[in-house]
Design a protein around this ligand. Structure first.
Ligand code: ZN
Length: 308
């Protein structure tokens, strides 16, 4: 991996991550590949995630970046939401079509013993639950697709989602590998999708290749890039990369937006905040950035509302 960029403030973007998308076998297949270590490390630091929470959110962020890139318009917004019974309680990721992702988990401190050596127990951290895929494309009602979690390992759950909810046979692979100190060593993922015109021959070739594919993180940490993995898996199927774009953890929150939100509250709510006599702190769910508003500022907001 390339050397890390200097510390960046919450809400700003990291630069080395990227995704690719393309087609193979004359359009019978399409594929997405993402390299996301900076994005996942950013999320880990911002939310002080435990190793299991880092793996779970990192997988969902990686999927979000790729699924966001499936949308057509700049303003389209994708939300992947998991509500679950396991100790992580839930995860939310949103992504646009340009590689900007953000997300959080309900219980960032979740910790469970491993079942297999070296494997973080993401499945039990999620346990039973529901995966919702929400696409807001500016229509009156957003598209919402839901499936029951199959394994809680996220990649299998999304594979099942694509097959049942979108009738698009797909293979989703996601991986996050951590260093011994809990920081992110590598992260990434792939989505291969079968288009309606796909021949049986192409499908069989793809299935054979994918069945021999061991692990996303093993490939990426051995020095292969996502392009290498795609061309390895699609050898003979003439893969063509159509697009490559940066991926980053990007949150659009700001002090100004937060202030506007507080100022839009009813006057009596502002009054009761002022009466409590101490500054208020608003924390952004997505990036964990804190915005502090002293009483004097709340009073100024109230005064502006009273005169307008
Ligand atoms: Zn934020």
């Amino acid at each position: 991996m390339t050397p890390r960029s200097p510390e960046t403030a919450p809400g700003t973007r990291a630069m080395t991550d990227y995704l690719i998308r393309g087609t193979a076998a004359n359009g019978e297949l399409r594929f997405f590949g993402a390299f996301t270590p900076e994005t996942v490390e950013f999320a880990r630091k911002a939310h002080e995630l435990s190793p299991i929470a880092t793996a779970a959110l990192g997988r969902l962020l990686t999927a979000g970046a790729m699924m966001g890139a499936m949308m057509k318009n700049e303003d389209d917004l994708l939300t992947l939401k998991i509500d679950c019974d396991g100790p992580i309680k839930g995860l939310t990721v949103t992504a646009d079509s340009l590689g900007h992702v953000k997300g959080y988990v309900k219980n960032p401190a979740v910790d469970l013993p491993s079942k297999k050596p070296g494997k973080l127990n993401v499945g039990d951290a999620l346990d039973l639950g529901v995966l919702s895929v929400i696409r807001d494309t500016g229509l009156k009602e957003p598209y919402v697709g839901q499936t029951i979690l199959q394994t809680g390992e996220i990649a299998e759950d999304l594979t099942y989602y694509f097959a049942t909810s979108e009738q698009t046979p797909s293979s989703v692979a996601l991986g996050v590998l951590l260093n011994t100190d809990g920081t992110v060593k590598t992260a990434g993922g792939f989505i291969f999708q079968v288009m309606p015109e796909c021949t049986e021959e192409t499908l069989q070739t793809l299935e054979k290749r994918l069945s021999g594919f061991t692990s996303v993180t093993e490939s990426l940490s051995s020095g292969k890039c996502v392009e290498d993995v795609v061309s390895m898996l699609l050898t003979g199927l003439s893969p063509e990369i159509q697009d490559r774009m940066p991926v980053s953890f990007t949150c659009g929150c700001s002090r100004e937006k937060t202030a506007a939100m507080i100022e839009s509250l009813p006057v009596d709510e502002l009054t009761s905040m002022i009466d409590e006599g101490h500054e208020i702190e608003v924390v952004c769910h997505f990036c964990n950035k804190k915005y502090v508003f002293p009483v004097a500022e709340l009073e100024a907001m109230k005064a502006r509302k009273s005169t307008s």
